[in-house]
Design a protein around this ligand. Structure first.
Ligand code: PLP
Length: 368
């Protein structure tokens, strides 16, 4: 039996390279609280992401998102997508806000800008779209937000390293959240960052990240979401190899496309216009009638061969039991259709071309 192939495999630095970064931690005995490696990673990311405003590091992407919602002092309702990872919606609810679920567009599965305005009420304070699979959200969202005086916070967990019209994607909207979780295309084991247009947010975010403390006072209700030096060290190492790994993923995506394009009943997403992609995920949509088999059938057929694809995103976050009876759940038929039919295939820099070929063979051969 072949070794298992999982949907992703975390990128690790060379062991010796990491150890030499650790030497610096032992030299200063600074383990956390914005040590020298933390500051160096922050500066390196401002450069790598083409940030024109500010960037602040966090212990993970989720807490970064919670801190963003706190810092912007939002209230009432936030228009968002149910086609996302649990974190997006949970951050909204944990911040005491009400999610209002807007449907997605079938072309790239991001928030459907044309469906936002009918959901805006006097209680709406923000829009929280997600750059799903690195597909950049409709640029029209900012115009809608400006017209109605709303903030825009992007969940950019999938969009690390991308540019739109040559500009770093983090510069869109008021705030963007990036995740550096082990499974992402750039990782610090656990970690994340906020990128924001208004640099004046920096001291507030740093205070909220550190228990809301400033001097002897706590002007904000904060939490502990600081990134340690050990995590920053992994980040510095992984950042050096980012371009090389992106190129490896790009080659695998080209391979998948070559072998899966034209398979009846299978929809691939065309490369997004004006976007420099990061090739972080490879989603396919299975139309069971045309394909003659279901998404779950492909998932099972792959699993029989020790290959593990992922239903991502399934189910919609709006169906979570913790939200039942708490607020109105909007009907989002497009999101429902795609959640039932999407499959993300194994994709990571070290994935062997032969393993990608085996995935394609299973899909091409068809399943019950
Ligand atoms: C990974 C992810 C998050 C959460 O990031 P963490 O760093 O794991 O907390 C949020 N939203 C989306 C879309 C993600 O993929």
């Amino acid at each position: 039996m072949d070794l298992p192939v999982f949907v992703t495999k975390p990128d690790l630095p060379g062991f010796d390279e990491y150890v030499s970064e650790l030497r610096r931690i032992w030299d200063t005995a600074t383990l956390t609280n914005s040590g020298p490696l933390h500051e160096e990673l922050e500066a390196a990311l401002i450069c790598a992401l083409g940030v024109t405003g500010g960037l602040t590091l966090f212990a993970n992407g989720h807490l970064a998102l919670e801190c963003a919602l706190t810092a912007l002092e939002l209230s009432g309702e936030v228009i968002t997508t149910p086609f996302t990872f649990a974190s997006t919606t949970q951050a909204i609810v944990r911040a005491g806000l009400t999610p209002v679920f807007c449907d997605i567009n079938p072309g790239d599965l991001t928030l459907d800008a044309a469906k936002i305005e009918p959901l805006i009420t006097k209680n709406t304070s923000a829009i929280l779209p997600v750059h799903v699979y690195g597909h950049i959200c409709d640029a029209g969202i900012s115009g809608i937000a400006a017209k109605h005086g709303l903030k825009v916070i992007y969940d950019a967990a999938h969009a690390f390293g991308e540019t739109y019209n040559g500009i770093g994607v983090g510069n869109m909207g008021d705030v963007s959240m990036f995740s550096f979780h082990a499974t992402k295309n750039f990782n610090t084991v656990e970690g994340g960052a906020l990128v924001y247009a208004d640099k004046r947010l920096a001291p507030k975010l740093k205070s909220i990240r550190n228990f809301g403390i400033s001097g002897d006072d706590a002007p904000y209700v904060g939490l502990n979401a600081k990134m340690s030096e050990f995590h920053a060290a992994i980040g510095l190492c992984n950042l050096r190899r980012y371009d090389e790994r992106r190129a490896a993923r790009a080659a695998l995506v080209a391979r998948y496309r070559e072998r899966l394009d034209g398979v009846r009943g299978l929809t691939l997403f065309p490369p997004c216009p004006n976007t420099e992609l990061n090739y972080c995920y490879f989603p396919v949509i299975v139309n069971e009638t045309e394909y003659g088999g279901t998404r779950d059938g492909i998932l099972a057929a792959l699993a029989e061969r020790n290959i593990y694809a992922r239903k991502y995103f399934y189910p919609l976050t709006s169906s979570f039991s913790c939200y039942k009876g708490r607020f109105e759940i909007q009907y989002t038929p497009v999101a429902e259709y795609f959640a039932a039919r999407v499959l993300t295939l194994p994709l990571y820099a070290e994935l062997a071309a032969g393993d990608a070929d085996r995935v394609c063979a299973v899909i091409r051969d068809g399943v019950k």
